[in-house]
Ligand binder design. Sequence first.
Ligand code: FAD
Length: 266
Amino acid sequence: MAPVPYRVVAKRAETAETVTLTLAPVGAAIPEPEPGQFTMMYAFGIGEVPISVSRTRPVLEQTIRAVGAVTGALCRAEAGQVIGLRGPFGTGWGVDEARGRDLVLAAGGIGLAPLRPAILRALARRDDYGRVAVLIGARTPGDLLFEDELETWRARGAQVEVTVDRPAPGWTGHVGLITALAGSADVDPSRAAAYVCGPEIMMRLTAQALAGLGTHPGRIRVSLERSMRCGIGWCGHCQLGPLLICRDGPVVPYESAVPLMAVKEL
Ligand SMILES: Cc1cc2nc3c(=O)[nH]c(=O)nc-3n(C[C@H](O)[C@H](O)[C@H](O)COP(=O)(O)OP(=O)(O)OC[C@H]3O[C@@H](n4cnc5c(N)ncnc54)[C@H](O)[C@@H]3O)c2cc1C
């Protein structure tokens, strides 16, 4: 339960309210996370929150949107500052299991952060996968994460489609809900695995659309979010039906998430 000290070695502003911190261990490191896993990040003296890993190697990165006291403090951390990490915790996307398949990675907003390690892993082992489609939805062009990396992902063999709810002057891309992009993924749905991360309504509708196009629901995974305390299945704070999300999630098969996501306010 003791946090391991990590130093912020670099900080990059992604959007007005979101930063990516590059972290290096002060002493011993935590084990390398799997894509989809999270750590409990501790802003000393303020509090600890679950944050997904947004890059696992060669450096550890975590991307944080300032919404409250702890995320606000983490976003204000500057290079040189020390924070605490516990983990990595939870389930991963299972990118290695999906070798040989086409991949669809669909992200809404900050949901691109937990998917980024899966994208980077698949592109680093490009020959192990069929077609790779990355579908991204953001509120406005200014809310897009990792914008300067999208061309690199395309150059490394991924189809990257971006849609925004509200375009800005000069925007020439798609406008509208990410669900409308599901059909534009240039993959064979019947042999694809799909990972979906974003607000619950976005995950529900996108997963439904992908299943409707022919991707087996058992190969669609979503990442659930609940308020957490211990991160290791002890305290019960993040219980959702039969699941403790910190231990049994956050990444779960869409099939097991469907009945839970269907219950409003659960
Ligand atoms: C497994 C997991 C992975 C996560 N990964 C990331 C990540 O990569 N990047 C990131 O920025 N955030 C991530 N989060 C969300 C993050 O943990 C919360 O934003 C954080 O706990 C808020 O703490 P706070 O003290 O800053 O704000 P609080 O004071 O706790 O909350 C401020 C406001 O945000 C709302 N809020 C708090 N927690 C959540 C939540 N989990 N979902 C929706 N609304 C919430 C509160 O209702 C309140 O309105 C993740 C959460 C989980 C469970």
